[in-house]
Write a protein that binds this ligand. Structure first.
Ligand code: PLP
Length: 425
């Protein structure tokens, strides 16, 4: 099936007489006739559900759909994108380990890594997304366990050279984890370029309607966990789980099964069946919506660029504009479009940015991005306000940066809204 069809058809397969639409299985527990039946589930030797923290039929169906959309073997859905990023690292890193990470990442992920996970003893080296292969190679240490980056970074809109980062990771025997939130599998499937694990905040385009927080981690099944000897947590018996050796028992799905059996069991940031149901409805229209987001994004970006002539707009950054700094990466990784998010600077710096935002009527000031309704945010005074100026610049965020998330309304209405707000500055 092609991706548009998978969005609609994958995951839930009703049998004769069952509901056509994915049901919400609002139950924490599942009944069995014998202790033996349930024991087999605990041993991971039988398929089935016993406790919703570990697996639930509604969540399971949506996990199958997302795994299919990304071209992976197994997915684990989480309560939020933050939980997905946390799990993707904790599944293979512990105190004393090290991660190479692109500096162009979401501010929340940066804090999670640079503060919370660092406090737990995991070390991070942040590298420029525009790093050369030689410089990237030099960032690895003997204790490096993975590499992390974002396909299109939020909010700086850097496009990750997935192949470059994957090759470097593989040369050091470790996987590349890619946060694919902004591109979505409709526009880029990082596994096709060598990434090994994909993470998402499904809160954004995948849900698409700003209804439900959620995250997901997808395992490509392609990484050889045994080759380097660096992943004993996957290749030797897990005494906390009946001595199972994940690579032996689950082969290509070792990473994802371990995430569920170990990290989800212990930390428990599962996605609720209700949210999975809402996410699934969003996923049905993902490809349709992404087409419109990209078409509107391009129209608005071109309009903004046209306003650089009268000085109201100082710069425009949109992957897809001919002026985009890495047009070659866009044509390689995002040939069908990037996303609906544009960043730009308004005349008057930090103050001008705030005044412009307050002049908008259709575009709402919200702490959200990437949903059906056009919205706008000033990261330096909101999402990224806890970062120092130096950290801001490292994340690719300047004080005058406006993050404009173009929705699926008529582009002419969005442009008229911008026009009247610009008239006020
Ligand atoms: C929003 C976002 C996250 C965090 O996701 P939540 O669902 O808000 O926890 C992670 N990565 C990226 C790229 C995001 O945009």
């Amino acid at each position: 099936m092609r991706i548009e069809t998978k969005c609609v058809q994958s995951g839930y397969k009703p049998e004769n007489g069952q509901p056509r639409v994915l049901p919400i299985v609002q139950s924490t527990t599942f009944k069995y006739d014998s202790a033996g039946d349930m024991g087999a589930l605990f041993d991971l030797s039988a398929d089935g559900f016993f406790y919703t923290r570990l697996a639930n039929p509604t969540v399971d169906a949506v996990e199958k759909k997302i795994a299919d959309l990304e071209g992976g073997v197994l997915a684990v859905m989480t309560a939020s994108g933050q939980a997905a990023s946390t799990y993707s690292i904790l599944n293979i890193c512990k105190a004393g380990d090290h991660v190479v990470c692109s500096a162009a990442i979401y501010g929340g992920t940066f804090n999670l890594f640079n503060k919370t996970l660092r406090d737990l003893g995991i070390d991070f080296t942040f590298v420029s997304p525009e790093i050369t292969a030689e410089e990237l190679d030099a960032a690895f240490k003997p204790n490096t366990k993975c590499v992390f980056g974002e396909t299109i970074s939020n909010p700086s809109l850097d496009v990750l050279d997935i192949e470059l980062f994957a090759n470097a990771a593989h040369a050091h025997g470790v996987p590349l984890i890619v946060d694919n939130t902004f591109a979505t599998p409709a526009n880029c499937r990082p596994f096709e370029f060598g990434a090994d694990i994909v993470a998402h905040s499904t809160t954004k385009y995948m849900d698409g309607h700003a209804c439900a927080l959620g995250g997901v981690v997808v395992d490509s099944g392609n990484f050889d966990w045994e080759a380097s000897g660096k992943f004993p947590m996957l290749t030797t018996p897990d005494e906390s789980y009946h001595g199972v050796t994940y690579t032996k028992a689950f082969g290509r799905a070792a990473y994802a099964v371990k995430m569920r059996a170990h990290i989800m069991r212990d930390i428990g940031a599962m996605q609720s069946p209700q949210n999975a149901f809402l996410l699934n409805i969003g996923l049905e229209t993902l490809c349709l919506r992404m087409e419109r987001h990209c078409a509107n994004g391009m129209a608005v970006a071109q309009y903004l660029e046209s306003r650089m002539k009268d000085g109201k707009i100082t710069w425009v950054n949109y992957p897809g504009l001919p002026s985009y700094k890495n047009a070659d990466l866009v044509s390689k990784y995002l040939p069908h479009g990037s996303c609906g998010v544009i960043s730009f600077g308004v005349a008057g710096g930090r103050e001008g940015a705030v005044r412009f935002m307050e002049g908008l009527k259709l575009a709402a000031i919200v702490t959200h991005v990437a949903d059906a309704r056009t919205c706008v945010l000033h990261p330096a005074s909101t999402t990224h306000r806890q970062l120092s100026d130096r950290e801001l610049i490292e994340c690719g965020v300047t004080p005058d940066l406006i993050r404009f998330s173009v929705g699926i309304e008529n582009a002419a209405d969005i442009i008229e809204d911008i026009e009247s707000a610009l008239a006020q500055i």
